[in-house]
Design a protein around this ligand. Structure first.
Ligand code: HEC
Length: 98
């Protein structure tokens, strides 16, 4: 009569395993949340990337859009270890500033 309990426990374990898998599949949501913290209206990766879901092993700097490239420049100018989304406040857009 304890079979249903075992099944419940089993599916719980599977669910948490899947949960872990999903966590590691999301590559750099940190960039997105950092941007939001800095008051930047970034909703997805394409705010700075041309790809919908950039991955570490296939990432190329050319696949950044104007905003991403601006951050990359800023990062190199200021010798930062990671891009600083707050720098985007000085980004005036690629259209009028080439
Ligand atoms: C606010 C701008 C911005 C947003 C939003 C953003 N990125 Fe990036 N990302 C960059 C910049 C700039 C670089 C290049 C600088 C570097 O190498 O750290 C980069 C580099 C990367 C790299 C390669 C270097 C590394 O650190 O692994 C990956 C992978 C990546 N981004 C994934 C993502 C994913 C996935 C998202 C969405 C969940 C995302 N990014 C959203 C700006 C952004």
């Amino acid at each position: 009569m304890n079979t249903s309990r075992w099944i419940a426990a089993g599916s719980l374990a599977v669910a948490s395993l899947i949960g872990v898998g999903v966590d590691t599949a999301i590559a750099t949501p940190k960039m997105l949340s950092d941007a939001k913290k800095a008051g930047i209206a970034a909703n997805n990766c394409q705010y700075c990337h041309t790809e919908a879901m950039p991955k570490k092993d296939t990432f190329k700097p050319e696949a950044l859009n104007d905003r991403g490239k601006f951050m990359m420049d800023d990062m190199q100018k200021r010798n930062l270890k990671e891009p600083d989304p707050a720098a985007l406040k000085n980004f005036t857009g690629g259209a009028d500033k080439k």
